[in-house]
Write a protein that binds this ligand. Structure first.
Ligand code: ADP
Ligand code: MG
Length: 423
């Protein structure tokens, strides 16, 4: 995706959001392909079942492979040239990933096939992969943004680190867009959404009843869901004691029995470690400091995103949520937030980027945000998220080294796998 020039290769951060869909706007020449259940692809081999998700580049469908009689995921890319090129790049990377992992044991999405599909909006590159479950973002939201408990976080960390170690050390790929949307559980949270576990009979033909049901849920279902959510949000903002349905919806959900094995997906922005460019990468909240100041990046930028994601799993809230403020940019606010949690950035690092002079004075202090309110990570965990001291200590001991401002000092995925917190 380096084809999009400066900034273009950064995801919006809103992709795949649960009660937002991709909108109709993207369905035009050069954009998404409007698929319907029962539509056939690749000379009839794959049959669309229902839409699983979407991103800025594609919609992803559950499809049935009539040759091998199994369910797969079908990513249908937008058709404009840049998107097509990005998909071909993604196929190149996914092929290398699959070739190096013939037993499919490295916790990275497995490529099965690819082809082109001509539709009213143009030619769409399609990528067939194994079918996976819900994203970690859905898992976080499923538990009402309360954090999923440290033992579950550890289990997910181990899965993701195996994947990252494989990508970094064996294949030489930097993912560049690691975040909760781009890590999928192997199984669905709700067993009835899993076509195999629920014994779903595949749709093999388009019928009148499935003609326009492109969405996962119907419009009226969606409205009901949205209303219920708003009601709960209103009530919890008012902090009144809850009763009835609202209390039921506020309660933490039981996560027992949900398999936490997961895999890294979405290589639309990934690059070879040997070929990386200095451009802007990563979704805002997961962006490493070296990317913001423009001092080049490597595998260690993925480690930064990994740490941000891990914090979010444990607390239900993003670690850094920068905003534009009066007289300062989102980038400056982001750097300020990092320093408030992690301490001052070493002067040598602060001055090492092509954009350093925009943000820092010659003493290595931020030019426009003068007063930082330091609140170290370990204290944040205790004071804001009610971790016990030993919990906060152990977790911070794992996270802090990964959030080192000096990229070379960060532990690798292999190093992290050996950390006592995980073992
Ligand atoms: P984009 O490059 O457009 O962001 P992604 O590869 O991230 O596309 O896929 C978009 C969404 O589709 C994901 O966030 C996820 O919800 C869903 N998805 C993608 N691949 C799969 C899969 N193999 N199995 C199940 N759902 C998937
Ligand atoms: Mg994505």
């Amino acid at each position: 995706m380096a084809f999009f020039g400066n900034g273009g290769n950064c995801s919006s951060g809103s992709e795949g959001e649960e009660d937002e869909d991709e909108g109709m706007e993207g369905y035009r020449k050069g954009g998404y392909h409007a698929a319907r259940p029962g539509d056939r692809f690749a000379g009839g081999r794959f049959v669309a079942q229902r839409k699983l998700g979407w991103g800025n580049f594609s919609t992803v469908w559950l499809a049935y492979d009539t040759h091998l009689n199994r369910f797969v995921a079908l990513k249908i890319q937008k058709s404009a040239r840049d998107y097509a090129q990005a998909a071909l790049h993604e196929i190149e990377l996914l092929s290398a990933i699959a070739k190096g992992d013939p037993t499919n044991s490295k916790n990275v999405l497995q490529l099965l096939d690819n082809f082109k599909h001509a539709g009213p909006n143009g030619q769409h590159v399609c990528i067939v992969t194994e079918f996976l479950g819900d994203s970690l973002l859905r898992l976080i939201r499923y538990n009402r943004n309360k954090g999923i408990g440290l033992s579950r976080v550890k289990e997910i960390c181990r899965s993701v680190l195996v994947g990252l170690d494989y990508l970094h050390r064996e294949i030489g790929i930097i993912h560049t867009d690691l975040k909760p949307e781009n890590v999928l559980l192997v199984s669905t949270i709700n067993p009835s959404k899993d076509p195999v576990r629920s014994g779903l009979t595949p749709i093999l033909e388009r019928t009148v009843s499935n003609q326009y049901s492109g969405s996962v849920i119907s419009f009226s279902e969606k409205m009901l869901k949205m209303r219920a959510r708003r009601a709960v949000a209103k009530i919890s903002r008012r902090r009144v004691s809850l009763g009835g349905v609202a209390a039921e919806m506020e309660k933490e959900r039981n996560l027992d029995g949900i398999s936490l094995k997961c895999k890294i997906v979405d290589f639309g922005n990934a690059c070879w470690g040997s070929q990386q460019l200095a451009g802007e990468i990563q979704t805002r909240q997961y962006r490493a400091p070296e990317v913001i100041i423009g001092s080049g990046y490597s595998y260690s930028a993925d480690m930064w995103s990994f740490a941000c994601m891990t914090f979010e799993l444990a607390t239900g809230e993003v670690l850094f949520a920068p905003k534009t403020c009066q007289g300062c940019s989102e980038d400056e606010d982001h750097l300020a937030l990092m320093m408030e949690t992690l301490g001052k950035m070493p002067k040598k690092i602060a001055s090492s980027g092509t954009r350093s002079k925009e943000y820092f004075d010659r003493h290595g202090d931020l030019k426009r945000i003068r007063r930082l309110k330091f609140w170290p990570l370990e204290l944040v965990l205790v004071q804001r998220y009610n971790f016990t001291e030993p919990e906060a200590h152990g977790f911070a001991d794992f996270l802090r080294p990964i959030l080192d401002f000096t990229p070379e000092n960060r532990p690798t995925a292999a190093d992290c796998l050996k950390h006592p917190w995980l073992n």
